[in-house]
Design a protein around this ligand. Structure first.
Ligand code: FUB
Length: 318
């Protein structure tokens, strides 16, 4: 009995060692360059979809596939590889750049929203969070040349499925856009609207909308977070209605030493986490970014405490 216990203990130590050698905890989440985090708790694991900075030219964000990282505990991440290329979208140029992605799940399907080439957003679908994904509609979901009010640069999609089942897609550079999605998650429903943000501080011209829109909800209030530009502070605005208007509230994350930033908030078991990118690895920079995670805390009045980046990252969950 004693021997059995100690064998089990040994097995647990071995298992822990194997896990920690596969993926180190702390920031950044990987030793590969990656950016534009889209984190999700899907089917008992955490999935982090990202822009693949490792394989770009180092002179531009010109990689043509997306990267996936998987975790059991939010602290240790395994690289699940380049799981999808822009070539899945036959209507896209094969060399079209693959930028900040988003994922969502509904009715047992997984949807991957992919900005392709800077002027279109595609949507792919799979039965599993890690693919294989196929083009869901054989055409772009958003197309600058086709769709009224798609804006100058329809990139950076982010999706919120509200409690009543209504899904919203936000996207865009310089002017944030919002559109309802149909329940099938692969068609828009109604016109693309400008998302209105009021109350930017008048004494700081840098406080404006740049890119990286992200829609989330906390205690019944809608939070629209975004980057102020190039370089970008991550700031947020709130509204009682998902369609807005949103009132500017404050800073979530100060400038990092790179030309862009892009955030996402993940809520899990009563806690919230901020994913963002930073210059953290040797050789890192504007085109070689690294994803990091830190805890995000709400004050009792609904405001968000500014996040101070840490090396330690977050504690394992479960
Ligand atoms: O990764 C390319 C672009 O950089 C993204 O679309 C923006 O959000 C910025 O992070």
């Amino acid at each position: 009995m004693c021997a059995k216990k100690s064998n089990r203990g040994f097995a647990l130590v071995l298992a822990a060692a194997a896990w920690s050698s596969a993926a180190l905890a702390g920031n950044p989440i990987s030793q590969r360059f990656n950016a534009d985090p889209s984190p999700h708790a899907f089917a008992g694991k955490f999935y982090l979809y990202a822009t693949n900075d490792q394989d770009n030219s180092g002179k531009y964000w010109d990689s043509t596939d997306w990267r996936l990282f998987v975790s059991k505990d939010l602290a240790h991440w395994d690289d699940a590889g380049s799981f999808l290329s822009v070539t899945v979208f036959k209507w896209a140029r094969p060399d079209a750049k693959a930028w900040a992605p988003e994922a969502a799940t509904r009715n047992g399907k997984y949807y991957f929203y992919a900005p392709v080439g800077g002027d279109k957003i595609g949507v792919a679908v799979s039965d599993h969070p890690d693919g294989p994904f196929v083009d869901a509609i054989g055409d772009a979901l958003i197309d600058k040349a086709r769709d009224a009010n798609a804006g100058a640069e329809p990139i950076d999609p982010a999706v919120l499925i509200d409690k009543d089942g209504q899904a919203y897609l936000v996207f865009g550079t310089r002017v944030p856009k919002i559109v309802r999605l149909k329940a099938d998650m692969i068609h828009t429903d109604g016109p693309i609207q400008d998302l209105v943000i009021t109350g930017f501080p008048t004494d700081d011209p840098k406080k404006k909308y740049g890119e990286a829109p992200f829609l989330s909800k906390h205690n019944g209030l809608y939070y629209f977070s975004f980057s102020t530009g190039w370089p970008g502070q991550i700031v947020y605005a709130t509204s009682k209605s998902p369609m807005g208007p949103y009132a500017y509230r404050g800073v979530i994350l100060d400038y990092r030493p790179i030309s862009t930033n892009h955030q996402a908030i993940l809520d899990y078991k009563g806690k919230s986490y901020l994913f963002y990118h930073d210059k953290l690895l040797p050789g890192g920079g504007d085109y070689k970014r690294s994803i990091a995670i830190d805890s995000l805390t709400y004050n009792s009045d609904g405001t968000i405490k500014e996040v101070v980046p840490t090396e330690a990252g977050v504690k394992p969950v479960h």
